[in-house]
Structure formats: structure tokens, C-alpha cells
Ligand binder design. Sequence first.
Ligand code: BG6
Ligand code: MG
Length: 246
Amino acid sequence: MNAPHLSISRGRADTKALKACLFDLDGVIVDTAKYHYIAWREIANELGFAFTEEDNEKLKGVSRVRSLEILLGIGGVLLDDGQKALLAQKKNSLYLRHVSQMRPDEVLPGAREFLTDCRNRNLGIGLGSASKNARTILDLLRISPLFDVIVDGNKVTRAKPDPEVFLTGARELGVLPQNCAVFEDAEAGIEAAIAANMFSVGVGDPAVLGNADFVVSGLQALSAETLIAKFERQSGRKYTFPDTNA
Ligand code: BG6
Ligand code: MG
């Protein structure tokens, strides 16, 4: 992670400026869902039931503990809290074994370029992820230096759609929520952005992300310039190039 690359102006004149972008990790920056799936499938098979890719859709954006509860519900398996804790730990070991093979070219198309584009415009860059493994993943992809702050599952207690993860990101970046744009691939993440009073960009399926301010197929389809134009037009707020000496 980088030291913030700018000093973000908090002056009255640009209380309406776009100053920072907050990114979800899984499904926006990288497709880790396939590794979560393989690990959960191994757990399900061990417990004696099948776990399909369709089932896996229900776990996207959901915390590890809640994911286990959903999985056990699918299999109709009842366990006590101690057994659940052991299984969650085991799933994480399996997951980490799989992601350790991850290579920097697994960053989703356009993500590295878009982050760099935003940094070049002096926008603050934050990660807002439910995953407790977020830092490990960013390091494996070698993109940690592109982030000024990382807010992950170790830092927050309330899951999306609660806005805690994004509000914490804004606070750590030293900007107000109204000056932030959030990038999310899950409906709960868009709801969290709305609850945080942030501009929201859906990344993925418009049918699922209809509540976002706008939706793109992936970060390869967006430039910082277009983002700023949309932010100004749709939120009634104005981007001013942040004053690095403010
Ligand atoms: C989210 C993923 O980002 O992180 C979920 O979409 C995952 O599928 C959650 O369960 C928690 O991840 P981790 O790495 O802490 O088990
Ligand atoms: Mg996601």
C-alpha cells in the first residue's frame, strides 16, 4: 500500500468535487470467485453433498461465516459453532492454497489501467472489501502500491449492504462520502454505496445492478475522464482537479 499520493483538498470551494474512488475487490479488480468456489466445493463434497457454480452465486460478496451457513443450508447439514469455526478455517486454508498460484495477469481487464488513470488525476484510491485476504490478493497481483488505503474484512464488523466499509475508506482517505465514487459488482455493494451517500458505479450486469448511478461491463470500458463527466452530470457535484498543495 502506498502513502497517500496527494493531499486531498477539503476546502469549501470543492465540497462537490470527485476526490476519491473506492473499489470492491472480488468481481471488480479480480475474479476470485472461482477460487472461493473450488474451496467451498471441497468442503461440501467432504460433508457428502454437491455444490454447484449456481449455488456459488449466492456466496458472492457474502462474509466467510455467512457463506458457510448458506453452504450448510444447501446440504441440510447442522453443525455446532465449534465445528463451523473449524470448517471456516479449513475452507480458508484451501482457498489460500489455490490463490497462492495466482499471477499478476489475473487482474481483470482494464483494472490496472483504470486505477493508474485515476491516480494520475490525483483521485484518492481505496479498497473496500469483505475479504480478510484482500491484502494477500493485492500483493499476489502486485497492485498494492496503487491503493492509498485498504479497508478489508479485518477492519469492519458490518457486512455490505451496511456502508461501514466505504465510510471507513472515505474517512481514512480524508474525504467526505459525497466526494467518493464506489465500484461494485454486487447488489449489496451498490446498496452500501447508496447508504453511504456515495456515487455508485456498477461493474457487470445492468439487470442486477440497476440501482447504480451507471453500469459498465468492466473497468476496461471506462476512463477517469468519463467517470468525472458522469459524476458531474448525474450527481450534480463537480470535479475539480484536487489541489495537491492545499
Ligand atoms: C467477498 C467475496 O469479497 O469476500 C465472498 O465476494 C467472500 O465470496 C468474502 O466470502 C470473504 O472472503 P474471505 O477471503 O475473508 O474468506
Ligand atoms: Mg464483489
